[in-house]
Structures are given as C-alpha cells and as structure tokens.
Ligand binder design. Structure first.
Ligand SMILES: Nc1ncnc2c1ncn2[C@@H]1O[C@H](COP(=O)(O)OP(=O)(O)OP(=O)(O)O)[C@@H](O)[C@H]1O
Ligand SMILES: [Mg+2]
Length: 493
C-alpha cells in the first residue's frame, strides 16, 4: 500500500483540492506532510481550535479558534500558482455549522485554480452531503515494521547497545504491529522502564489491554493445542497445511458450521498456538451495540488493526447472531451495511489475515456468506463418530483422573462438550461415569430439529471435519439418538 505521503502527493499533483486524511495521529500526519511539503516547496499552514493558525511552529498572531477565519487565511489571488496547503485538525467537529460548510465549499470549488488545498485530519470520515463529492479520503495507515524500528531507535538512542537485533527485533516488531506510533512509543518506554530493554512480552501485554479498551478486538492468549481436541483430523490437517509459512498464495479463511458443543470455538483458540499466529477475536455483537454510524468505521478500524497484525487469525464466533438483522427492517440497515463491509473485505483483503467464522445455525446466515469461494473451505463439525468419541473419552478420563476400567455410558449422539461434562460431573460429584451421565442431556436431543437441519444442509455442501472430502450423510457414522434418548434423558447402563 502506498504511504500517506505518496498518496497525498499524487492527489495534490492531480489538483484534488479537498483531501480528508483519516488518522488517529494528526500530529504525526502533520509532520509527515510538513517534511514532504518542504521538499516540494509547498507552503503548509495548519489550524486547530486551541492553537489557531500555525506556519510550521510559528503561531500566526491572533488567528484564534474561529474556523471561518482560518479558511479566509488562504490566499485569494495566487498568480504565482504557489501550492498552499491548509491542514485542519479535527475539522469534522465544525462541519455542523452552515457558515463553515459554505466557506469550505467555496474554497474547494476555487481551490484548484488558485493552488489551494484543504486537508482535514480527523479520526473518522464524516461530512455533510454538500461536501461529499469534493473530498477524497486517504487513510493514514498504522506504522509498518520500518517505522516501528525507527521509533525504537529514537527511544534507545542514548543507549544504542540495548537496541534489539535479529530474531529478537523481529519478535518485538511483530508484537508492536497494529499499534499506533504513539502507542508503540509508550509500549517501548514501559518496557525499558521495567526491564531496561524492550521486550516482546511487555508489548503484547499492553497491546492486549489497548485492544480490550476499544472493545471490538480481543487478543486471545491461551495455551490450547490441537492435541486437546479429539477427532477433527481433516480440519486440523487442512489448516496446518494452509497456514504453513512461505506459501505463494495467502490463505483467506474458513467457515465452521456445526452442532453446538462440537468444538468450533475450542478449535479456533488452539489454531493460533498451532500455527504460531496471534489470534484476534472480533466481537460483532459489541460492534453493533456501538453508536449507530460508528459501527462501520469501528469495523473498518478493527479490520485495519487485524491487517497491521498480519500474519494473524481473525476469529468471529457465532457471527450469525450478529448478522441476523441483515435484510430485516428495524435495524436501520446497520447490520446490512456492516455485513457488506465484511464481505467486501473478505474478498478483497491482501494482508495475511486468516478469517475463521463459526456458526451453529445456517438458517440465520445470509446465503451470500456461505458461498464457498469466499473461503478456503466451509467445514461441518458433526457429532463425533465412534473412533472420535473414543479419543475424546481417553483425553478427559486422563484429564479428570477417571480410571480406564470404569464403564462408560451410552454416548451415541454425544458431543465432545457432553463427554467432557460427564467426566467433570463424575469427578465433581464423585460418582461413576454411568451415574454422572444421568445429568447430561445431549444437544442432539434438546435441539434435535436444529441438528437435523444442519446436517441436511451440510450434506454435499460442506467439507467433512473428520475425513478428507465432502460431508455426506451416507458416511455419517453416528447413530441417530435412540428412542430412549429421545425420551429426554442421558442414558446409562
Ligand atoms: N472434539 C473435541 N475434543 C475434545 N473436547 C471437545 C471436543 N469438542 C468439544 N469439546 C469440549 O467441549 C467444550 C465446548 O466446545 P466449544 O465451545 O468449542 O463448542 P462450540 O462448537 O463452539 O459450541 P457452540 O456452537 O455452542 O458455540 C470445549 O471446552 C471443549 O473442551
Ligand atoms: Mg462456540
């Protein structure tokens, strides 16, 4: 992606008089533009409400906080065609005022002829309809590895020996990816204050906190591995192969459909550890709850952070819940638009972000979503078959210290979650497994229709998570719930 300055330069050369830079770091953007402007001999002045007009560091006397006065500062006759830029900090705040809007409009219409450019620096893109067609929007990207390294250098310039190098530096830059310049500086400084050097763990810790603060993305840090999940062999193999480093094409992502308790969420959490990628959880529910109008920009921001953190995994759990408003009335189109943004991103993103979406109710998913070509694979996680159940039992017997010889209950139509629950209860209540099983009501019974619908839908459409190839009912090895089960109780012998 071209840098801010490169994009900026092209637009100025092409005579776009209105430039809207979406940035969380207006001062940094200003510095970049000032440096570039100096090399091109442009005149650059800046305005913000508290400092008034500034030319470089010099404050223009008595310019004050009046936005209209600031706009009048641009030359009205400019025979020499000197390029003049007026940088307006957080100007979205003033565009509710008709006088300001008209002044901006007037400047933009005549700007090209006079060589005057208005440059808004704001964290979001929000303008009245009169101005929409007059601004081009440029995103101020988060800093890349080079810039982050420079920030570390600047911080450690007094003590250059402590500047990390090689693999250590790479780990630090990976940890700092997705942070703004300001945040990265803070994270490095915190680490130096604590340990006298920059350490990746301190940066990860701070990054996790920062992500939590914006409430949209959470960094998952856990110790889960594939070996704690029985079955799902095809899915595991597929992902490990697709995410191996050094591939000529970048993986896009997968969709996991499945019965509740079949291990979808558990799988995603282990995937990051298995493949050495950071796992980001995107909470679409929280996103929708955010202020209307900000939802999409929040989503974009979350996607930008994910891109800056590439290679990583972006995990959206149970997204059908959040997207169920799509196409319906009453949500003022917010989920529809957000869904559109997400779909476009899924098809277009070039960064190495592996998307994993899970769902246990296909009927709530808009059909476009499940179209296979958006993903590298759409997998169905069925109830585990006999061999898979054996593996899961063995795992949880060991985990909960239940002897091998103790008889196990009739577990046909049980999910992994139910086997785990049974073992846990046996330990908790100090009873044999068969007795603990009386307290387990399988989802195949409680949600029989839903499970049935899912399986029917998945047949011929989804990849099997257990065996290579497409999921089909004929190779479904799990028996239907028995009559006894359907009467509503977990069975025991
Ligand atoms: N194949 C499995 N092997 C071992 N444990 C499993 C397996 N499947 C599920 N479990 C256990 O069951 C618990 C619940 O699974 P998980 O939350 O991943 O299910 P899910 O498919 O995401 O369900 P939901 O659709 O309700 O979100 C997990 O903590 C996990 O320990
Ligand atoms: Mg889940």
């Amino acid at each position: 992606m071209p840098t801010l300055v490169e994009q900026f330069n092209d637009y100025v050369n092409a005579g776009f008089a209105g430039l809207w830079i979406q940035t969380n770091e207006p001062d940094e953007a200003e510095q970049e533009i000032l440096r570039h402007g100096a090399s091109r001999k442009w005149t650059v002045i800046a305005w913000d409400v508290s400092r008034g007009l500034r030319a470089g560091e010099t404050v223009v006397a008595d310019s004050g906080g009046d936005p209209v006065a600031a706009l009048r500062a641009l030359p009205t006759r400019n025979e020499a065609k000197q390029t003049t830029l007026l940088l307006l900090h957080n100007f979205h705040r003033f565009l509710g005022n008709p006088e300001v809007v008209q002044a901006v409009f007037g400047n933009l219409v005549t700007g090209k002829k006079r060589g005057n450019f208005l440059v808004v620096l704001a964290p979001l893109v929000q303008m009245p309809p009169e101005l929409e067609k007059l601004f081009v929007v440029i995103e101020h990207a988060l800093p890349g590895p080079d810039q982050l390294e420079r920030i570390a250098h600047e911080l450690l310039c007094d003590d250059a020996d402590t500047m990390p190098r090689g693999a250590e530096l790479a780990r630090i830059l990976e940890a700092a990816s997705g942070l703004t310049r300001y945040e990265a500086e803070g994270a490095f400084a915190l680490s130096v204050a604590r340990h006298n050097r920059i350490r990746p763990d301190v940066i990860w810790e701070l990054k996790a906190q920062l992500l939590r603060k914006n409430n949209l993305l959470t960094l998952h840090r856990g110790a889960e591995r594939f070996e704690s999940l029985g079955g799902l062999q095809n899915l595991k193999d597929f992902c490990v192969r697709a995410l191996a480093p050094g591939k000529p094409v970048k993986p896009r992502g997968i969709l996991l459909l499945g019965v509740p308790g079949s291990g979808k969420s558990a799988f995603c959490k282990a995937l990051g550890n298995e493949t050495g990628r950071a796992t980001l959880l995107l909470d679409i529910g929280a996103l929708l709850g955010s202020l209307v109008g900000q939802t999409e920009s929040n989503l974009r921001q979350a996607l930008r952070i994910a891109e800056a953190m590439a290679p990583c995994i972006l995990f959206v759990d149970e997204f059908e819940k959040a997207l169920s408003g799509v196409g319906s009335q009453g949500d003022s189109g917010v989920s529809t638009r957000m869904f559109g943004t997400l779909l476009t991103w899924l098809s277009d993103h070039t960064a190495d972000v592996f998307f994993v979406g899970t769902s246990n109710d296909i009927s709530k998913l808009p059909p476009e979503f499940a179209r296979a070509e958006r993903f590298d694979g759409v997998f169905f996680l069925d109830l585990p078959n006999v061999a898979e159940r054996d593996a899961i039992w063995a795992m949880y017997r060991q985990h909960f210290g239940i002897p091998e010889k103790q008889a196990r209950p009739d577990d046909s139509a049980w999910t992994g979650a139910e086997i785990r629950a049974c073992c846990r209860l046996a330990t908790l209540l100090d009873v044999p497994l068969t007795q603990a099983a009386r307290n387990v009501v399988p989802v195949a019974v409680t949600a029989a229709e839903q499970v049935e619908r899912l399986r029917t839908w998945a047949t011929g459409r989804c990849l099997s998570s257990g065996n290579p190839g497409i999921f089909g009912r004929e190779d479904e090895s799990t028996p239907k719930p028995s009559r006894r089960l359907q009467r509503g109780q977990g069975s025991n012998n």
